[in-house]
Design a protein around this ligand. Sequence first.
Ligand code: SF4
Length: 344
Amino acid sequence: MRHSSFPQIDSGLEVTLSQVLQDWYAQHRRLLPWRAVPGVRQDPYLVWISEIMLQQTTVATVLPYFTRFLATFPTVTALAHASRDTVLQVWQGLGYYARVRHLHQTAQILEEREGIFPQTTIALQALPGIGPYTAAAIASMAFGVPVLARDANVNRLLSRLSREAGDFVTGDLFSRSVLPGDINQALMDIGALYCRARETACLSCPLRDFCAMYREKRGQKIRPIPKIKSKSRRYAVFFYVQAQDCLLLERRPERGLLGGLYGLPTTSWKKEETEEAPPSALSFLSSWQEGPSFIYHFTHFLLHVRVQKAQLSQLVPFSRPDWFWVPKEQLSHHALPTVFRKAL
Ligand code: SF4
């Protein structure tokens, strides 16, 4: 008997979780336009586009956008050579426009490498907009790398299967797999179809014989997880302007969030993501560089931040009384909230 972090079904022949996932995927997977047939490696371009679109968005919403995007940009080359305006136009309606900016930027980087995707998660993560999850999805589905693609849904499912959440032995999952990507996609599908956040369908779930949560509640109805009110979202661009080892800071208005504290100049924090111009006092600057993007959790909302950077050759005086040049080594002397520190 092999040792595993997951239980095995004892039926004379050992049946592993990995085998059940593969069999289930072969017969019952969701038919999606970016997927290949089971056991066949997927096109990395299709995996990449679909995974970026699926961030923060449901499969049903993504399907028409995916079809239109692929019809317009069928290859990395087509995407790389398209104008930014055209790409934004085709993406329009999907929101989270930082994603498409990174998508376009990455296509141009790949085009310089003859359109060839890197095959390791580390090399994939070096590309703009590709984080650990997307890198694992591309590597496992397109290149057969045995790595778990763990988004919130897969993490939830695995933590219900094994009470020792976070302690997964991926070798167990991928040991007999023809293609690790099929295992990942089976987990994604079962998470979406049976093991949803607020509602489980344990009696028909193909993994119930492996499931710690099901065993503990056998004979009882698993209580739905109480609804968690989802936080609203806001969007802002922070402007990181430096000159001669000084950084431009703004003292925020006394009234309002983070009132009276220091921060980077920002756009207003809008409820929808739109292209925002810098404050008029910075309109003379034309060469902005894309800085980091991140999401910051305030108590009542999530702030999506995109940082734009510019370098000046000298300390330009501004007529705004709330703007200051501050030597970087003196930043710690100013009350700079964490949301701004994350952008430094
Ligand atoms: S048996 Fe229930 S809790 Fe366990 S994986 Fe399936 S749906 Fe989720």
